[in-house]
Design a binder for this molecule. Structure first.
Ligand SMILES: Nc1ncnc2c1ncn2[C@@H]1O[C@H](COP(=O)(O)OP(=O)(O)OP(=O)(O)O)[C@@H](O)[C@H]1O
Length: 664
């Protein structure tokens, strides 16, 4: 129990909170008054409750552990077990031969014969004893070496399985807080504990085999010694498991508070919130909240430690009593003449080593049980990781998928995974022909970006159909569809690589030839990203990640120029631009729109913008409100309609001319 009690693992389960709640109306409310905050997520049914539920969970974690071990090195695992089994058998033999030899020595003393004379008939036993003991040592060393070789392979395999599982997950799973929580638990706790699986399994089997071999030796010496051994085992096992249940129960109750602590530590230590936090003068508030959370956790942990100390003390007393009784029993057997003194000596040694094995076994079981709870998080995530989107029912693609001539949406609705009852797009019908430009405009939150992601194939409609050339996209290969698509999202990823890689990642795998170099140059010039590179210390080779020495941070507009260049470099039949110029200065914006105008002649373009003047030349403009398309047509048609689009356009025009910023 030492490990669990000394350094209890950070928990991942949810249950009632402990600790003081913030007084209603206090400044602290800002940190806790949210519906379903992330620290309250988790499986409600994972509460251990009873010994039975606890063992059931441990038992369910074992098969995947063994399956992983079989995958990474079945021969090594079998070899370790074989070494341990043989070492255990040799240890039992050592005890029995030792007892025989001791008997010979005692007999020699009793008969007053020289020891050499008495041992003359036991040379075989002496040699056997030496060989058995050396053999055991050699096998222990071999098992240890095999274990050391197995561990790194296991860690690498487990990490790869985790990354593969994450990469396989369709985008919509990342909108489901439960999924994200499970993924983080698998990474932060499960993966961490996978590292120790080999140690635990080897320790467990080693201790188990040690106990069995000690028990066998005792049984050979005198069968009545076995129940005595069992008597010594029980108090230790009881106290260890009880202490472990205390640890788990503590974490069950303090998880919400622990997560609040982590969240506050993140806010205080991450670079992103640092500026705004200081600008809003929130440091004292944050510090005070963290102090309260820490204090509540400290109190809870103190109670836990005291409880564990009491349980361990009770276990130690009971175990001491049991051991005392065991040795008394041994003396009684000798006194009654049921056990020769030499055998009693060997039995005492056997009992000692068996008790050591029990201690090791309980410790290994304890570690295993403690970790099983977190390993379960890991294995459940990796095992149930979803497949590639569009895979079920995907058409056998004998021929590669060609670029679509028509993209159509029929009664499409979409609800995010985290809020399935709240569709953010409803009954969308639209058709987009090859070479057309379609603009999506509307107020904040009206669903433009979501619709763009559906068009790009990143999300599948929750209702209705999205078709390419009349074929329901669910029947098409998702990866092939994405190969014909480019989306420059509203908040593009700032890849922590070099400036050049930030552009070239737009289309990986292109041959490094003159055509590719031309493509790169054209993209970076059109996005005015070459200006960005020119200001960097190592030009295009400059690493854009402050976490590494020599790494550089860019401004939002500079990052955006790289993102636009990446989009232009990718080039695709369907190009989707989600507010591509929002953080750009006027010069860069003009350059980007000139490039888009060029693209419009050759590609199908979807443009999302709040700057309605930029949407004027689109073949069709869809005006969205609250997840529905409420107006559609050309700029002239929508202006003639005099609806929401016309009003917004008039307002923007008035602002541009320096008019009063009143709503239209
Ligand atoms: N990952 C998400 N999970 C749950 N809801 C989301 C998610 N992303 C967006 N939403 C919700 O979907 C609705 C539409 O969001 P979307 O980003 O598509 O709007 P938008 O029109 O692009 O807004 P903006 O003009 O502000 O960029 C919003 O109500 C938003 O709260």
């Amino acid at each position: 129990m030492d490990g669990a009690a000394a350094t209890p693992p950070a928990p991942e389960r949810t249950s009632p909170r402990v600790g003081p709640a913030a007084p209603a109306g206090s400044d602290d409310d800002v940190f806790i008054a949210t519906d379903n905050p992330y620290w309250e997520l988790g499986d409600a049914d994972t509460s251990l409750g009873s010994f039975r539920a606890f063992f059931r969970r441990v038992a369910s974690a074992l098969p995947p552990v063994l399956a992983l071990l079989r995958r990474v090195g079945p021969a090594a695992v079998v070899s370790v077990l074989a070494c341990q089994l043989l070492a255990g058998a040799l240890w039992a033999l050592t005890l029995v031969l030792g007892a025989q030899l001791l008997q010979a020595v005692l007999d020699a003393q009793a008969l007053a014969r020289p020891l050499s004379q008495q041992l003359a008939g036991h040379y075989g036993t002496v040699l056997g004893l030496g060989a058995a003991y050396l053999g055991k040592l050699a096998l222990d060393a071999a098992a240890e070496m095999l274990r050391a070789r197995l561990s790194p392979t296991l860690i690498a395999t487990a990490e790869q399985d985790f990354v593969d599982a994450c990469l396989r997950a369709p985008l919509q799973r990342f909108d489901d807080p439960e999924f994200v929580d499970r993924m983080h638990r698998a990474r932060d706790r499960g993966l961490h504990y996978v590292e120790s699986i080999v140690d635990q399994v080897v320790a467990l089997s080693g201790a188990g085999i040690g106990l069995v071999s000690g028990g066998l030796a005792l049984a050979v010496l005198h069968p009545a010694l076995l129940p005595v051994l069992l008597l010594c085992l029980l108090p230790q096992a009881w106290s260890a498991i009880r202490a472990l249940l205390c640890v788990q129960s503590h974490w069950d109750q303090s998880i919400a508070l622990s997560r609040q602590g982590w969240m506050l530590q993140d806010l205080a230590s991450q670079p992103e919130p640092a500026a705004e936090l200081r600008a809003l003068q929130m440091e004292p508030l944050l510090g005070a909240r963290h102090r309260r959370v820490s204090e509540a956790l400290r109190q809870s942990l103190s109670r836990l430690k005291a409880g564990i100390a009491r349980t361990k003390a009770a276990g130690a007393v009971l175990s001491g009593v049991a051991q005392g009784m065991a040795y008394l029993w041994l003396l009684l057997l000798v006194d009654r003449g049921s056990l020769a003194p030499a055998l009693a000596g060997a039995a005492a040694l056997g009992m000692r080593t068996s008790l050591d094995a029990v201690r090791q076994l309980v410790h290994a079981l304890d570690q295993m049980m403690e970790k099983a709870l977190y390993l379960d998080d890991y294995f459940a995530f990796v095992r149930h990781a979803p497949g590639v989107p569009g895979e079920p029912g995907a058409m056998p693609t004998a021929a590669p998928l060609t670029a679509p001539r028509t993209i159509s949406l029929h009664g499409v609705s979409y609800a995010y995974a985290g809020a399935p009852d709240r569709p953010v797009l409803q009954d969308i019908d639209l058709t987009l022909h090859q070479g057309q430009t379609l603009a999506l405009v509307g107020e904040n939150g009206s669903g433009k970006s979501t619709l763009a992601k559906l068009l790009a194939g990143l999300y599948e409609p929750t209702r209705g159909r999205l078709c390419w050339d009349g074929i329901d996209c669910r029947r098409l290969d998702a990866r092939q569809r994405l190969a014909h698509t480019l989306i420059v999202p509203q908040h593009p990823l700032r890849w922590p690589y070099s400036a050049e890689q930030n552009v070239r990642l737009g289309r990986v795998g292109l041959p490094e030839d003159a055509a590719e170099a031309l493509r790169f140059r054209a993209a970076v010039q059109a996005a005015q990203a070459d200006d960005v590179a020119a200001q960097l210390p190592q030009g295009w080779k400059t690493r854009l990640n402050r976490l590494f020495k020599g790494g550089i941070e860019l401004s939002s507009g500079q990052w955006q120029r790289l993102a636009v260049a990446r989009g232009l470099y990718r080039d695709a039949a369907l190009t989707i631009w989600d507010e591509p110029t929002a953080p750009l200065d006027a010069k860069a914006e003009a350059a980007v729109y000139a490039s888009l105008a060029q693209l419009r002649r050759e590609r199908t373009v979807v443009l999302i913008t709040h700057r309605l003047a930029s949407a004027q030349t689109a073949d069709c403009i869809h005006f969205l409100r609250a997840g529905r398309i409420v107006e559609s047509g050309t700029h002239a048609e929508l202006m003639a309609l005099g609806g929401g689009y016309a009003q917004l356009y008039a307002l923007q025009a008035r602002l541009a001319e320096g008019g009063p910023p009143t709503a239209a």
